[in-house]
Design a protein around this ligand. Structure first.
Ligand code: RP5
Length: 169
């Protein structure tokens, strides 16, 4: 794939610290992503232009992260037939509950695949995007299998470490 297959769109650059682990996870899975900051409320026309041009350039999955009244993933989904994954960000007084509900409560016909609030959600958004791309991309499927093996190894290691700690008591 020559162009990055994934676009990560942030409502604000202040969202980046929570979203960066997802960007790193995509890289671990061998996937490039372009990153843009475009607020659905503060720059609505810019967002529409970006989504149309990104789809034309070959972006296959959009990941959108925003906090507070988070219209961003829904507004992207309104302009594209590509899948959109929404990450609620824990900003503002309600710490992401508001953005979670904004993203998950989309009207029928315009879905946003909404993941958990914050960095755990960002990592899962990356894995979910990879799973979508892996349907047609064997290299990405291989990256996902490797991740599964790594997770099993990590669980085995923690289990062994806990057993050893307990056996020393
Ligand atoms: C949302 O408002 C952004 O996604 C961010 O989570 C929140 C605050 O934005 P800033 O005021 O930090 O730019 O639109």
């Amino acid at each position: 794939m020559s162009v990055a297959p994934v676009a990560i769109v942030l409502g604000s650059d202040s969202d980046w610290p929570e979203i960066e682990p997802g960007y790193r996870m995509l890289a671990e899975l061998g996937l490039k992503a372009e990153v843009e900051v475009i607020s659905a409320h503060r720059a609505p026309d810019r967002l529409r232009e970006y989504v149309i041009s990104a789809e034309n350039r070959g972006i296959r999955v959009f990941i959108a992260a925003a906090g507070m009244s988070a219209a961003l993933p829904g507004a992207i989904a309104a302009h594209t037939i590509r899948p959109v994954i929404g990450i609620p960000v824990a900003s503002g007084a309600l710490q992401g509950i508001d953005s979670l509900l904004s993203m998950v409560q989309m009207p029928p016909g315009v879905p946003v695949a909404t993941v958990a609030i914050g960095s755990a959600g960002a990592r899962n958004a990356a894995v979910l995007a990879a799973q979508m791309l892996a349907l047609q991309d064997p290299a990405t499927a291989e990256g996902l299998k490797k991740l599964k093996r790594k997770q099993v190894e990590s669980v085995d290691k923690s289990s062994q470490a806990l057993r050893e700690r307990l056996s020393r008591e």
